[in-house]
Ligand binder design. Structure first.
Ligand SMILES: Nc1ncnc2c1ncn2[C@@H]1O[C@H](COP(=O)(O)OP(=O)(O)O)[C@@H](O)[C@H]1O
Ligand SMILES: [Mg+2]
Length: 194
């Protein structure tokens, strides 16, 4: 798993664990879980991270950017149902799925997605200590918006060269990094826009 911290001006603050850095201001710290490789553990990492932060006493908001698959949304729904069934008070995050737009026009669809994303995130950064976003295993506009807002980006990978190839092009003989992958370029582009 790789963790990348980004300061407000876009500079890298180096490799840190998420819990090394706690919110310094009233604005929530935004943690994005992303990797264009499906099945790498993004939603699972998001679940554990959200519950850990809540158990530490932080107020957590969560955005499901992979709302069509809805793994994180289902987890929160099941946790809420479990609370009701067992009459428990397990903490649950302020959770919202952000669905892709169904508008036929591409530009209108982007505006629609941006509006719903920024409204939800804007409310959460003021009411929560952390916002955790679970991204899809593919490139789309919502995922790019999410990556551009990351204070911390966590990229889970499996112990496999197939997964490593999603982060960088590696020379098979020397294991030297030959260049960024398409996902790494997307992250770099999102950080420049930020
Ligand atoms: N750390 C882990 N160790 C073993 N299996 C894991 C781990 N994290 C996730 N998994 C399993 O891998 C599969 C994909 O995980 P998931 O979180 O849905 O990935 P993604 O959201 O990246 O598509 C699931 O079956 C999940 O239980
Ligand atoms: Mg997932």
């Amino acid at each position: 798993m790789t963790v990348q911290e980004t300061s407000a001006n876009g500079d890298s603050a180096g490799q840190q664990t998420a819990t090394d850095k706690q919110p310094q201001s009233n604005r929530a710290h935004v943690i994005v879980i992303g990797n264009e490789k499906g099945g790498s553990g993004k939603s699972t990492t998001a679940m554990h991270l959200i519950v850990s932060l809540m158990k530490m006493g932080f107020k957590v908001g969560s955005l499901d950017i992979d709302a069509r698959q809805g793994t994180l949304t289902r987890y929160v729904e099941n946790r809420t149902a479990f609370n009701e069934k067992k009459r428990l008070k397990l903490p649950v995050p302020d959770h919202r799925p952000i669905y892709r737009s169904e508008l036929p026009d591409a530009n209108e669809a982007k505006l629609d997605e941006r509006e719903r994303f920024t409204t939800a995130l804007g409310e959460m950064v003021l009411s929560c200590n952390f916002v955790v976003m679970d991204c899809p295993g593919s490139d789309n506009y919502l995922s790019r918006l999410a990556h551009a807002c990351a204070d911390t980006l966590i990229t889970p990978i499996n112990d496999s060269f197939i997964d490593l190839d999603m982060l960088a092009r590696i020379d098979p003989d020397s294991l030297a990094i030959k260049g960024p992958s398409i996902y790494a370029e997307m992250v770099w582009d999102a950080r420049k826009r930020r």
